[in-house]
Design a protein around this ligand. Structure first.
Ligand code: DON
Length: 304
């Protein structure tokens, strides 16, 4: 595996078409697109890394996997009253379906769905308390207490919040959000602004690779059924309107973020994190997807 990853990094370095970095906030627009990192962690405790695997990046929408897990832990299947389980076939920040579907977001991974999930886990608490809980959970999964929010990214997201604020207000108008819109958005933006590296991220996904148990810690995080369901949502909705293409090319449950990271799960085999900041048309990492495609071909880990 290590030799393969080293060769992959060398091969991907040569590619000049690396996509376009997110530019809706200056902090993401200034990230160097030449970077690429990969980490592969196995349930038996092995980890393999190559490239910029220990460089911190903004995990953005990958955080939605962790808040979804928390929400299911807190309110169980009641969550599905607030958010659906269908692919949207639309961009991650689209508002169009909300109007026809009574303000209920299609799934927990589009922005509207993730905002509804945050509202569900706040349960009357202040953003600070909720954020403390999110950070503790991520640190626990990653086995690394150094993980933090990037407050500059969070503040910048809040400043450029018009699009997400529209989604939130629209849902609130349908009676879908119980908390103050700015408090929900502030919490959501901090969640997106968690900074992690590939190794920490791959460690955090291990419970999804082993039927809900992180075997390296000897801890059950969720039931086997719940792990399978989270993986199914990642497969169907984790790359938005690029989810079909990702399933076709990679064949693994995956969740992307506009920071250029992707967390992919090979059930029973490994938790994998890749990062390369340049994005494709759908806002998913261009080189990251290619790396996962190559890894899936090399290992035969596709679930299909
Ligand atoms: O809310 C947003 O639009 C961003 N903070 C996160 C979106 C995102 O990562 C979509 N992923 N590809």
């Amino acid at each position: 595996m290590q030799d393969f990853l080293n060769a992959l990094v060398a091969e991907l370095k040569l590619i000049t078409q690396r996509g376009k970095v997110a530019d809706y906030i200056p902090q993401l627009a200034s990230v160097d697109p030449a970077q690429f990192g990969i980490a592969v962690c196995t349930p038996s405790g092995d980890s393999f890394t190559a490239g910029d695997a220990t460089t911190l990046f903004s995990i953005q929408s990958i955080s939605k996997v962790f808040t979804l897990t928390m929400a299911l832990g807190k309110i169980g299947d009641g969550l599905w009253q607030h958010v659906g389980r269908e692919p949207s076939g639309n961009p991650f920040n689209s508002i169009v379906q909300l109007e026809h579907e009574m303000g209920k977001p299609r799934n927990p991974f589009i922005n509207a769905g993730a905002i509804a999930v945050v509202d569900a886990i706040m349960m009357g608490h202040e953003p600070k308390e909720c954020l403390g809980e999110i950070l503790s959970f991520v640190r626990y999964l990653a086995k690394d207490d150094s993980i933090c929010f990037d407050r500059v990214v969070a503040a910048s997201e809040m400043q450029h919040r018009d699009r997400n604020a529209s989604l939130a207000h629209f849902m609130k108008a349908f009676g879908r959000l119980r908390h103050d819109v700015d408090k929900v958005l502030g919490t959501y933006f901090h969640q997106c602004a968690i900074a992690m590296n590939c190794l920490q991220l791959a460690q955090s996904g291990l419970f999804l690779a082993s039927d809900g148990i992180d075997k390296t810690m000897g801890q059950r995080i969720v039931s086997a059924q719940r792990a399978r369901r989270i993986n199914s949502l990642m497969m169907m909705c984790g790359h938005y309107d690029g989810s079909g293409e990702f399933a076709f090319r990679v064949g693994l449950p995956g969740k992307s973020g506009v920071g250029g990271g992707i967390l992919a799960i090979a059930p029973g085999k490994a938790s994998i994190a890749v990062w390369s900041p340049g994005l494709d048309q759908q806002g998913n990492s261009l080189i990251g997807t290619l790396a996962l495609e190559r890894l899936a071909q090399f290992t035969g880990w596709s679930v299909f």
